[in-house]
Design a binder for this molecule. Structure first.
Ligand SMILES: Nc1ncnc2c1ncn2[C@@H]1O[C@H](COP(=O)(O)OP(=O)(O)OP(=O)(O)O)[C@@H](O)[C@H]1O
Ligand SMILES: [Mg+2]
Length: 232
C-alpha cells in the first residue's frame, strides 16, 4: 500500500491586489504518495511558488487543509510546527540561500545542529556524507562565494536533505543554471528519488526535469491538471 505523505484539501489562497482580489489557488486538491517525484509546471504568475510556499508552511492558506505525513498542519502549535518544518520538509530555492560566512560543510550542518545540537560530531559526519553524495566533498571548506552556481545548488540540496525530510520541495532549482549544470542536477535528483525513495515536489520550467518526474502536473486557473493542452 502506498503511503500518502502529503494531502491538500480544497486549498484557497488570495492576495489582495489594487484592482481586485487575486484568487491564485482555488479549491485545489492533491495527494502525494511517499516516493513520488512530482513536477509542477505552469506559466509565469500561475501560482506555482504560492502553492509551494503553502506546502512548505512559509505562508498560510485562506482556507483548506494541509496534511503532512498524516498531521493536519493547521491544528499544530508553534513547537510542533517548527518540528514539522525542520524535520519533515527540505526546501531548495532558485537562488540558493546559503549563509555566506559559513563553509559548504557548515551550511549543510546547520539544520542538523538546530535539531541535534548536542551531537556535533554526528551532524558533521552526516553533512560530509551528504556532500559526498552530491559530489561536493572536495569543496567542503569553500564558502558560497568560492563556489559556482551549480556547486552552490548542490550544497543547497545536501543541506535540504540534512534532516532526512519526508518531502523535498524545490522551486526552480535549476532556473538560473546553464544546460549542462542543470542536467547534472536533474540526474542527481532522479538518483536521490530512486535510491533513497525520497519524495520530491519540484516547480520547474524545464521540460527535461519534468520528464524525469513520475507525474507532471500543470497549474492553471488555481488548480492542478494532468493535461498540458489546456495549461496556457
Ligand atoms: N505577496 C503577494 N502579494 C500580492 N500578489 C502576489 C504576492 N505573491 C505573488 N503574487 C501574485 O500572485 C500570482 C502568482 O505568483 P507566483 O509567484 O505564485 O507565480 P509563479 O507561478 O511562481 O510564477 P513564476 O513562474 O514567474 O515564478 C502572480 O500574479 C503574483 O503577482
Ligand atoms: Mg515562481
Amino acid at each position: 500500500m502506498n503511503k500518502i505523505i502529503l494531502k491538500l484539501e480544497n486549498l484557497n489562497k488570495k492576495y489582495s491586489g489594487n484592482v481586485d482580489n487575486l484568487h491564485i489557488i482555488r479549491d485545489l486538491n492533491l495527494e502525494v504518495n511517499e516516493g513520488d517525484f512530482i513536477s509542477i509546471l505552469g506559466k509565469s504568475g500561475s501560482g506555482k511558488s504560492t502553492l509551494l510556499n503553502l506546502i512548505g508552511m512559509l505562508d498560510k492558506p485562506d482556507s483548506g487543509k494541509i496534511f503532512i505525513d498524516g498531521e493536519e498542519v493547521e491544528i499544530l502549535n508553534e513547537e510542533q510546527l517548527d518540528l514539522v518544518k525542520n524535520k519533515k520538509l527540505g526546501f531548495v530555492f532558485q537562488f540558493h540561500y546559503l549563509l555566506p560566512e559559513f563553509t559548504a560543510l557548515e551550511n549543510v550542518m546547520l539544520p542538523g545542529l538546530v535539531s541535534d545540537y548536542k551531537n556535533k560530531k554526528r551532524v558533521e559526519e552526516r553533512a560530509y556524507e551528504l556532500l559526498k553524495e552530491v559530489g561536493m566533498d572536495h569543496r567542503m571548506t569553500h564558502k558560497p562565494m568560492e563556489l559556482s552556481g551549480g556547486e552552490k545548488q548542490r550544497v543547497a540540496i545536501a543541506r535540504a536533505l540534512m534532516n532526512s525530510p519526508k518531502i523535498l520541495l524545490m522551486d526552480e532549482p535549476t532556473g538560473n543554471l546553464d544546460e549542462e549544470t542543470s542536467e547534472m542536477i536533474h540526474k542527481l535528483l532522479k538518483k536521490i528519488n530512486l535510491e533513497k525513495k525520497q519524495t520530491i515536489i519540484v516547480v520547474t520550467h524545464s521540460k527535461e526535469l519534468a520528464n524525469l518526474s513520475n507525474k507532471k502536473l500543470y497549474l492553471k486557473k488555481g488548480v492542478l491538471d494532468l493535461e498540458e493542452n489546456n495549461h496556457i
